[in-house]
Design a protein around this ligand. Structure first.
Ligand SMILES: Nc1ncnc2c1ncn2[C@@H]1O[C@H](COP(=O)(O)OP(=O)(O)OP(=O)(O)O)[C@@H](O)[C@H]1O
Length: 254
């Protein structure tokens, strides 16, 4: 079987400091997978390598059978890879609709075509579909600056969904969200088309375990476990890392 993403012995060092040490992990098409681990474990660095924002010292990355270890971020996007960042890259003074439209147009040939387009243009139709998919119909005409933090996160996911993605990397989409916004995010992620796989970096196990079928735990630049949500919570090594961070219900938090 061809993996969506196959990462083998991925290593990156900055000077003397090895941030990722021979990380090997595979993601199947359509798989939903969480990456957990304490601050500094190397989770975001792994994302930066997968997307091409950083180049590895050694190791390989394949995306749907293509060796992308040394290809540009742009090529990876063309192959169907998307990501969201911890810090927002939204156009703050534009509306929700215009942000999504920009994402839809941004990855199409001939994107400089003069606006406006007619209502039945495929890009306009795709924009409206995406707005609905990330539950933002009611605020489609609002500017990003007037959205709640949770709505901004939804919009970022909507933009990552533009242009038929095959696999999305979500870097802490729940960070800073209220309990209600977290519930909304869980519903949004659960409702994504089943053929689109995603990897989510998430500190809150409650959220991660709800939306994925596989969990990888990293610590100090290495993978220490990769198991189902049911198994991972029983893993003694994982419990040791999260020890002392249980809440009153016995749930673990990084
Ligand atoms: N460009 C860099 N140069 C040197 N060290 C770096 C660089 N980027 C990351 N690091 C170090 O690599 C380690 C892993 O960082 P990374 O951001 O990947 O961790 P993380 O697991 O995503 O943490 P967090 O949960 O806090 O986001 C940290 O010790 C960080 O200081």
């Amino acid at each position: 079987m061809t993996y969506a993403l196959s990462i083998v012995d991925l290593t990156i060092s900055f000077g003397e400091f090895t941030v990722l040490d021979k990380v090997t992990v595979n993601f199947s098409p359509g798989e939903r997978h969480a990456i957990l681990g304490p601050n500094g474990a190397g989770k975001t660095t792994l994302f930066n390598l997968i997307t091409g924002d950083l180049k590895p010292t050694s190791g390989t990355i394949e995306f749907y059978g293509n060796d992308v270890t040394n290809t540009s971020t742009h090529k990876r996007i063309r192959l169907g890879m998307r990501r969201t960042y911890q810090s927002s890259l939204l156009f703050k003074d534009l509306t929700v609709r215009d942000n999504i439209f920009a994402a839809v147009r941004g990855i199409k040939a001939g994107r400089m075509k003069v606006l406006p387009l007619s209502k039945d243009h495929s890009d306009v139709i795709d924009t409206e579909k995406l707005i609905g998919r990330v539950h933002l119909k009611d605020v489609a005409d609002k500017k990003v600056v007037d959205l709640s933090h949770g709505q901004q996160r939804q919009l970022e996911i909507g933009m990552a969904m533009a242009g038929e993605p095959k696999f999305i990397l979500l870097d802490e989409p729940a960070a800073g969200l209220s309990p209600k916004e977290r519930d909304d995010l869980v519903r949004l992620l659960e409702g994504l088309p089943s053929e689109i796989g995603f990897v989510i970096i998430e500190h809150d196990l409650d959220i991660a375990l709800k939306v994925v079928e596989q969990v990888t735990v990293m610590s100090n630049g290495k993978i220490i476990a990769s198991e189902s949500p049911q198994e991972i919570v029983k893993n003694p090594q994982v419990q040791a890392i999260y020890m002392g961070t249980h809440d009153h219900k016995g749930n673990m938090h990084a």
